[in-house]
Design a protein around this ligand. Structure first.
Ligand code: HEC
Length: 221
């Protein structure tokens, strides 16, 4: 076979079969082809799995292998890096009361009240923890977490969970007040705070408080 390479090319001298790339070039082409195919196989397999493999999408589905660990580790690292070291406010009566009002309005639907777990929290994925219930070793809610960690979670929310980011919903003081309240969840509370945290939520009364729109006017259309 004729070689296009220069007359000094070793493949011409040896009279061996050689193409534009020569033997070495052919090996390299095979390697590159293998690399490209190899790189494509994984994404294609993932796409097929996502389309027809029934990956977990419903709340009650079984989690992926190591799903919890994969999601938790980066979250914890991020929080440890960014959370404030301490609260800028005291656990005073006023702060606890305002914290409890904020909690009733914004959090209790998912995180429950004293002795009144949220009806749907257990049917979320991940579940919304009940922040007034004692868990392992009798600790109530997140009272064993640093207050700055709770504040970070309330400000930023937790991605791909039902936990909203309240950074643009509540002001900084309200967020600290509710975070300090949760930090003290295992402590005795002033009577008005206990009342706010034990009185059942009354969605009916809240709905009634919203002005009922006047009935639509009949039209000719
Ligand atoms: C729509 C439901 C929902 C609302 C409303 C909500 N949360 Fe959450 N929250 C969740 C879910 C779900 C999680 C669990 C996230 C996870 O597993 O990582 C969570 C997690 C948390 C955690 C971390 C709990 C832990 O065990 O580490 C804190 C603290 C928290 N929420 C505080 C609040 C506060 C304070 C409010 C109100 C200002 C609030 N949440 C409102 C759903 C909600």
């Amino acid at each position: 076979m004729t070689c296009i390479a220069e007359s000094s090319s070793p493949c011409k001298d040896a009279g061996e079969e050689c193409g534009y790339f020569g033997d070495w070039g052919l090996e390299r082409m095979k390697f590159l082809l293998g690399l490209v195919v190899g790189l494509l196989i994984l994404p294609i397999a993932v796409m097929i799995y996502l389309r027809v493999g029934h990956p977990p999408v419903a709340v009650a589905d079984r989690p992926f292998l190591l799903e919890k660990q994969i999601v938790r580790a980066p979250l914890q690292t991020r929080i440890e890096k960014e959370m404030p070291a301490s609260a800028p406010i005291e656990a005073s009566g006023t702060n606890l009361t305002t914290g409890a009002q904020v909690y009733r309005e914004e959090c209790a639907g998912c995180h429950g009240l004293y002795g009144r777990p949220s009806a749907y929290a257990a049917h979320m994925y991940p579940k919304a923890p009940q922040l007034w219930a004692p868990h392992r070793n009798g600790v109530v809610g997140v009272s064993d977490d640093p207050v700055g960690e709770t504040e970070w979670k309330v400000v930023n929310g937790i991605r791909l969970t039902g936990m909203p980011a309240f950074g643009k919903v509540l002001n900084a003081t309200q967020i600290w007040q509710v975070s300090v309240l949760l930090k003290n969840a295992g402590q005795p509370m002033p009577a008005d705070v206990t009342k706010l945290l034990t009185t059942p939520l009354d969605y009916g009364a809240e709905a009634a408080a919203v002005a009922t729109p006047s009935p639509a006017q009949p039209t000719n259309h």
